[in-house]
Write a protein that binds this ligand. Structure first.
Ligand code: 13P
Ligand code: SF4
Length: 303
């Protein structure tokens, strides 16, 4: 990154009391200048601990909303207002209310990749790294897992004592990672280990050596004695993987491992957002108060 821009960003951080949080899927340059980089779970925890008055979020909308809900007194600014996760809109409040009416002894488990309105009518939130632990800790027998079908099925396989009802939401980026492409990559690199995000489809999970969130994939590759890895998640993780493991080799499975929304965040937009402290995440008070309950329950159960 250009030294003048780096200095400008550091100066703005101090002058305007801003902390920058970034997800592993944003561009490497943005990750490099951020104060904290992580997966959804880490970012939601760190958002409750930062001291600065202003949080600049480099990620998609639901992540900024989560930070705001957990810190209603802080100003949360998105680096790009239009960076939004399509999966977050794949379930409706009506569908959840309908299910609550129909099924007894039910917990609505909401993947954080959802809107604040959806969280507000859910019992507990989960991220990809804590879903198993959180759902296991629930007393209800029936679980309505929304919106991600793939993560829901992955968790359900591990918890046969629960009865799961799935929704049909999905991540288009992970869905586009196809099993035959993974097998082709395995043929090309037979000694590579396959590391996969649980938003991938079941046939991909079945041929993987390790399944985990973005942070877990990075930690696994870093701790492993293996030298080669096939990575089944969004390509943004390659930045941290290579920073931490310059001697190891990481392979993708195709050109579609690209989240166009995460990549909307650029250094130019980040600087503009810091200068204006805008666009700010603004949510109705009632929604924030309701949505905070399942988020805090997640933080408790995942400890
Ligand atoms: P993580 O929970 O691994 O950060 O995943 C977030 C996400 O959006 C995956 O597509
Ligand atoms: Fe949403 Fe998928 Fe992008 Fe993650 S990678 S933000 S789930 S579209």
């Amino acid at each position: 990154m250009d030294e003048t821009i780096r200095q400008k960003i550091n100066q703005l951080k101090k002058e305007k009391d801003i902390v920058i949080l970034a997800h592993y899927y944003v561009d490497g340059q943005v990750q490099e200048i951020a104060d904290y980089v992580g997966d959804s779970y880490y970012l939601s925890k760190i958002a409750t601990k930062v001291e600065q008055q202003n949080i600049l979020f480099c990620g998609v909308r639901f992540m900024g909303e989560t930070a705001k809900i957990l810190n209603p007194d802080k100003r949360v600014v998105m680096a790009d207002e239009l960076a939004d996760c399509p999966m977050a809109h794949m379930i409706s409040v009506e569908k959840i209310e309908e299910m609550k009416q129909q099924v007894e002894d039910l917990a609505v488990v909401c993947y954080v990749n959802s809107t604040a309105e959806i969280k507000a009518v859910s019992d507990v939130c989960v991220t990809s790294s804590n879903a198993l632990r959180v759902v296991e800790g629930l007393s209800e027998k029936n679980i309505f897992f929304v919106p991600d079908n793939n993560l829901g099925r992955y968790v359900a396989e591990k918890l046969p004592q629960k009865h799961f009802i799935f929704h049909d939401g999905f991540c288009h980026v992970h869905k586009s990672i196809e099993a035959d492409k993974v097998l082709e990559a395995k043929k090309l690199h037979p000694d590579a280990c396959v590391l996969t995000h649980p938003e991938c489809t079941m046939d991909v999970l079945e041929i993987s050596d390790f399944i985990g969130s973005t942070s877990e994939i990075i930690d696994y590759a870093t701790a492993s004695e293996q030298e080669k890895f096939i990575i089944c998640t969004e390509m943004g993780v390659f930045f941290e993987l290579m920073q931490k493991n310059p001697k190891k080799k990481f392979y993708s499975v195709g050109h579609r491992q690209f989240c166009p929304n995460m990549k909307k965040v650029t250094i130019e937009k980040l600087v503009a957002a810091m200068e204006d402290l805008s666009p700010e995440v603004i949510l109705p008070q009632e929604i924030m108060d309701q949505a905070r309950i399942p988020l805090q329950r997640m933080l408790e159960l995942a400890k």
